[in-house]
Design a protein around this ligand. Structure first.
Ligand code: SD4
Length: 338
């Protein structure tokens, strides 16, 4: 059938037993307002980031404090080639970091193409709280960070530099991200933004998104993660959404905003993410065959849903009941454009 999409899989996995297994999509999202709060994050390392956030959330901190804390964990403790200080550089060998943070009351801040500062999420929060602006980029963002007391330091790790040198040998620019068939040892790490959404015990929402962006990107390229509405959007009246995958597709569709607006129209988080994926495919069916796009959403009741264009996307959920739940949310597109 023309335009038909086959959506597969939604299952809970324990962190230890994580695999890319898929099953039949679960029915309605969990019901009931979460008591004591909940935090959700993209990818398997979301488990660790959630636990860091949960330390705050469980002691009564705001959702905003919790997501900043969780994102800081990913930026410094994780040492992942796509987030924070261990990130892979761009094609010129320069590591640039992007981050955004948003409170459910509409306040937000972001930094893009930030160099040599190891906590972009906290700089983004300072932009939100200490400037009349929403976003600072490049040198200006770095100057602002230093004026705020952040230390300038060389972040590029020897491993990331070596990976860049090897990439340069091949000099093949293929921004394919985490599509299952591409998960070979050579390219499996070219993905993995941390997108985190939280609801606190008072029902306030917040979100954070932090990344080194696509490995080997053009110097100056900015993805969706620091763009409010593309990589992250939060509204206390409705819910929150974040994204991972090829940022250009999220930007084209104002995708996180779209997911929140679909929830405002009555969709569940899962339905909203699924519809946003369908929108991405409809816009660029050819590109959609090889690029990964993943959405994670939580509504104001703490119900969670996620969808990805291709298999491979996992996300982590943490609340008072369980701190290490990992779930797969897969969608497979198998038809022409609608
Ligand atoms: C970007 N969305 O810079 C990020 C990269 C990413 O999983 O999420 N990778 O386009």
């Amino acid at each position: 059938m023309k335009g038909r999409r086959r959506f597969l899989g939604h299952m809970a996995l324990s962190a230890g037993a994580m695999s890319l297994a898929r099953g039949v999509m679960a029915g309605p999202a969990e019901s009931a307002v979460v008591r004591g709060g909940r935090v959700v994050s993209t990818w398997d390392f979301g488990v660790g980031a959630n636990q860091a956030a949960w330390q705050r959330l469980s002691t009564g901190a705001s959702a905003l404090d919790a997501v900043e804390h969780g994102a800081r964990w990913a930026e410094s403790e994780l040492c992942n080639p796509t987030v924070g200080r261990c990130g892979n550089p761009d094609r010129e060998g320069v590591l640039t970091l992007d981050a955004s943070i948003m409170d459910g009351d509409g306040r937000c801040g972001a930094v893009a193409a930030l160099e040599d500062i190891d906590h972009p999420i906290s700089v983004a929060r300072r932009v939100m709280e200490d400037t009349p602006h929403v976003m600072l980029v490049g040198k200006g963002a770095q100057q602002f960070a230093m004026a705020q007391g952040f230390r300038r330091q060389r972040l590029l790790t020897p491993e990331a530099e070596q990976a860049w040198r090897e990439w340069r040998e091949r000099a093949k620019y293929e921004p394919q991200i985490n599509v299952e068939r591409n998960l070979t040892p050579g390219n499996k790490e070219n993905h993995d933004t941390l997108g985190m959404l939280a609801i606190d015990r008072d029902g306030r929402l917040a979100g954070a998104c932090t990344t080194s962006g696509m490995a080997w990107k053009m110097h100056g390229r900015v993805g969706d993660s620091p763009l409010i509405g593309a990589g992250l959007y939060v509204d206390n009246e409705v819910g929150a959404a974040t994204a991972s995958g090829v940022g250009e597709e999220m930007i084209r569709n104002a995708a996180s905003f779209l997911v929140v607006e679909l929830m405002r129209q009555g969709r569940t988080p899962m339905e909203a993410c699924r519809e946003a994926i369908a929108r991405v495919v409809r816009k660029r069916p050819e590109a959609s065959r090889s690029l990964q796009v993943c959405f994670l959403a939580m509504n104001r009741h703490g119900e969670v849903g996620a969808f990805a264009l291709h298999p491979g996307f996992v996300y982590a959920v943490c609340d008072a009941d369980k701190q290490d739940t990992l779930r797969a949310a897969d969608a497979v597109y198998d038809g022409a454009a609608a």
